[in-house]
Design a protein around this ligand. Structure first.
Ligand code: DX5
Ligand code: ZN
Length: 216
């Protein structure tokens, strides 16, 4: 399967969100990545449910919602109703991850787990078959435009092995600092989906940048 691209609207022009989403609709993007930050789990606040609804209203690509929030269980239904196709919660924010994953699936969404740079992929061993997507954070979550952490390649390879050893069909997503220099290496390591925020939206032609990432 060719690599899938999930541009993060965190880096888009919020004053023109409809136009930005329409640009993504006509691009080769596979998902629209929606970053939710609560100012508690991460030291930044992005936006919440009404903005997600507004994105969904115009989107013709599935929404990949990344919840960087504490107590995600309290908001799963709201984000599902706001249009999320994939809902990723943070491993570090869930005391009962297995239960949370079942709750996401019961809502009819795909269940994702995001792990911070310090969290080992080994910790997912007993739950990997219940996870549709693992989002490996390649920066510390909270901000767009940060530098890619090189240890990520190793984590992708290790996770890929774990997935095949367990006979799971979990997808591997990489989030943070993705650009044209690391994208092919990430694909070679086993990544299925690449999130790209500033690399896409800070470029002079985001539409073409998405196409270029797809072609790598
Ligand atoms: C970081 C977010 C990322 C971010 C990626 O906390 O989860 O999705 O928007 O942005 P870039 O690609 O600029 O690192
Ligand atoms: Zn994200």
């Amino acid at each position: 399967m060719p690599v899938q691209i999930a541009p993060s609207v965190l880096a888009c022009d919020f004053a023109n969100i409809q136009r930005e989403v329409e640009m993504l609709n006509t691009s080769e993007a596979d998902y629209i990545h929606v970053d939710i930050m609560d100012g508690v789990f991460v030291p930044n606040i992005s936006f919440g449910i009404p903005v997600t609804q507004a994105i969904h209203k115009h989107a013709r690509k599935p929404l990949d919602v990344h919840l960087m929030i504490v107590n995600p269980d309290n908001y799963l239904e709201a984000f599902r109703n706001a249009g999320a196709e994939i809902i990723s919660v943070h491993y570090e924010a869930c005391d009962h991850l297995h239960r949370t994953l079942q709750a996401i699936k019961q809502l009819g969404a795909k269940a994702g787990v995001a792990i911070n740079p310090h969290t080992s992929v080994d910790l997912l061993e007993d739950v990997i078959k219940d996870i549709d997507l693992v989002c490996i954070m390649s920066v510390n979550p909270g901000f767009g435009g940060q530098k890619f952490i090189e240890n990520t390649y190793q984590k992708v390879e290790k996770l890929k092995k774990l997935i095949s050893h367990k006979g799971a069909d979990t997808l591997i997503e990489i989030d943070g600092g993705v650009n044209k220099n690391n994208a092919s290496l990430l694909m070679d390591a086993g990544a299925d989906i690449l999130v790209a925020g500033s690399f896409v939206f800070s470029s002079s032609n985001p539409h073409k940048t998405i196409q270029d990432l797809k072609k790598l």
